[in-house]
Design a protein around this ligand. Structure first.
Ligand SMILES: Cc1ncc(COP(=O)(O)OP(=O)(O)O)c(N)n1
Ligand SMILES: Cc1ncsc1CCOP(=O)(O)O
Ligand SMILES: [Mg+2]
Length: 219
């Protein structure tokens, strides 16, 4: 577990997890989108700069530094997707990696003080991630998504129930196609929280979208 958050604090932080980068903001300013989402009540943030027009190099570092600072000011854990070096440069609270990224055990060893999140699509992957020292699992896709073109097939909330029944007690967050119409089903299946991209970042009002999700998650 990260030195920064206890397991219980992490479970709470995962409740409404915004995952986002500039390509998800419909041309809007990602800083303003994140600020509005924090005002609306998100509890954790992941910088995932992927897709058409994704920033790289110094531009990505500059954006990451601004978003990181905003999260620090507002008490929101700041996680970086995929890029271990960027996570270190930004002094992130954590790194999220998937099955096609660096091996979780090696990342755990290199980043002993960071929150390490791992994507898991079935019980077997969840058991491996647990054994390799993951702090939480991102589980999905729960529903169809247009945000991640290389997403695996839809698993549905039942995959969360299978993980719980299989003895996975790690903090779990559902991801993929989640919005206000289906977030409750994800929680009822066993997730501690929901991770969303488009439901907040592409909303007409990211603040209102985050507030609506927060209200139904009973926060
Ligand atoms: C919270 C959370 N869960 C899952 C993912 C997906 O990670 P990954 O499978 O590595 O895919 P990319 O996001 O890197 O395209 C995530 N980012 N966050
Ligand atoms: C990053 C990721 N991993 C699995 S699905 C997904 C994308 C989720 O985006 P959205 O919330 O817009 O469906
Ligand atoms: Mg990844």
């Amino acid at each position: 577990m990260s030195a920064m958050l206890s397991a219980e604090e992490l479970r709470k932080a995962l409740r409404l997890y915004l995952v986002m980068g500039s390509p998800n903001c419909g041309g809007g300013d990602p800083y303003e989108v994140l600020e509005a989402a924090i005002d609306g009540g998100i509890t954790m943030f992941q910088l995932r700069e992927k897709g058409p027009g994704a920033l790289q190099g110094p531009e990505l570092l500059a954006l990451g530094a601004r978003l990181r600072r905003l999260c620090a000011q507002r008490g929101i854990p700041f996680i970086v997707n995929d890029d271990e070096r960027l996570a270190l440069e930004l002094e992130a609270d954590g790194l999220h990696i998937g099955q096609e990224d660096a091996p979780a055990a090696a990342v755990r060893e290199r980043l002993p003080k960071m929150i390490v999140g791992v994507s898991a699509h079935d019980l077997g992957e969840a058991q491996s991630a647990l054994a390799e020292g993951a702090d939480y699992l991102g589980v999905g896709p729960q529903y169809a998504t247009r945000t991640k073109l290389d997403a695996r097939e839809v698993q549905g909330p039942a995959v969360l129930a299978r993980m719980r029944a299989g003895g996975i007690h790690l903090p779990l967050v559902g991801i993929g196609g989640i919005d206000a119409t289906n977030a409750g089903a994800v929680i009822r299946a066993g997730a501690d929280g929901v991770a969303v991209v488009s439901a907040i970042a592409s909303a007409r009002s990211p603040r209102e979208a985050a507030a609506a999700l927060r209200a139904l998650l009973l926060l």
